[in-house]
Design a protein around this ligand. Sequence first.
Ligand code: 9WN
Length: 420
Amino acid sequence: MGADLDALAHTILKDNDLGGYTIPTKGLYPYQWNWDSVFVAIGFATFDLNRAWQEIENLFEGQWDDGMVPHILFRKNDPSYFPGPSVWGTKSEPFPTSGHSQPPVAATAVRDLFEQSSAPENADRAKALFPKLMAWHRWWATCRDPKGHGTVAIVHPWESGRDNLPDWDEPLSNVDTTGVPEYTRKDTSHVDPDMRPLKKDYDRYMAILAIGKACGWDAAEVVEKTPFLVADPAITMILLRANRDLLVLADKLGFQNDKAEIEGWIAKQERGMDSLWNPEIKAYVTRNLRTDVLGTGVSSASFLASYAGLSDPKVIEPLNAHFDRIAGKVDFMLPSYDPDHAGFEHKRYWRGPIWAVVNYLAARGMTEAGEVARAEKIRQDTVRLVERSGFAEYFSPVDGSGAGGNSFSWTAAVWLAWAT
Ligand code: 9WN
């Protein structure tokens, strides 16, 4: 079974490879997505290190002058996805892109690739990417944290990569959709609408997108004008971890002059995470920066604490208690949202389903922190899910069924890199 699945995972990555960059899945997502590509690189690294580097190098071809690396790279137009390049209306070169970013896992992957081989060419490729990573991380630390909270604020639910998380419901309720013109969704023609965000969510996504476009996607103006500005614990922790890996790279690659700046980001983001701790539920949650309202649910983001290098027992112990409670409630870990919360839906995208890439990040952090049993539970559940339902986009934590797109690149990639 394992060998067959390995072979299938290889085939999926190769089939979704459009020549130096990889799409998440055919039909539903026909472009290059930011964090998908990075996970794909980690998968490619198990059998083709050159191709792994190429995936990340190609992702950075879309980097903007201000340092931002967009969440979608529209290398060639494909009408099977909405909203496409003309809706975003960015002026990016050398090809159109979306107007905001996605979780910054790239520095961590670059460190992984760099440490995989001592060949001089490997160090050269890491050195070429280093300044680009610095520019992107600086963009997060400034453009997405203008008031210096030490947290990353997202300007659109899509920027989080966790599109319809119940925590976005409260901030989205302040978005006026009256001016949104008629549009036709494409996602619901590819997959069951019951597994996708609701129309009312999409209307709000389109309203926020229109505000970004009206700002010419100028980062400062978007942050000033968007009705949706929410500090996200997942991106903040992914960035904090990525900064730790960037610091190691700076040291090993000879970028000594950049170390103090990275250390400053790390210290600030460690402090910033305190502001995302909800003492009532004892978990890391979102904070609506427009209303100062904290999220009320335990999302899978909380289980990235060890991955981010946070180790205070006052945080880890309650999170472990949540983990054990949730593990007693569902057959498969990690649901993206607390099954005991009213917002939980086991098949609707980021309101409950399991995402293999989040499982990989959480388990990686737990292993590093010595939480081996919980990490192994996550890995074994991921194996059971793929054995049962294949390389689906995501899975129900209740019955293990696959949902969303099929032959999904990032599920295949983390299978090869970690689960198998
Ligand atoms: C919008 C590609 C992407 C993932 C995101 C996931 C989903 C897009 C969509 O698909 O988002 O970016 O149209 O639903 O939420 O995490 O990167 O796989």
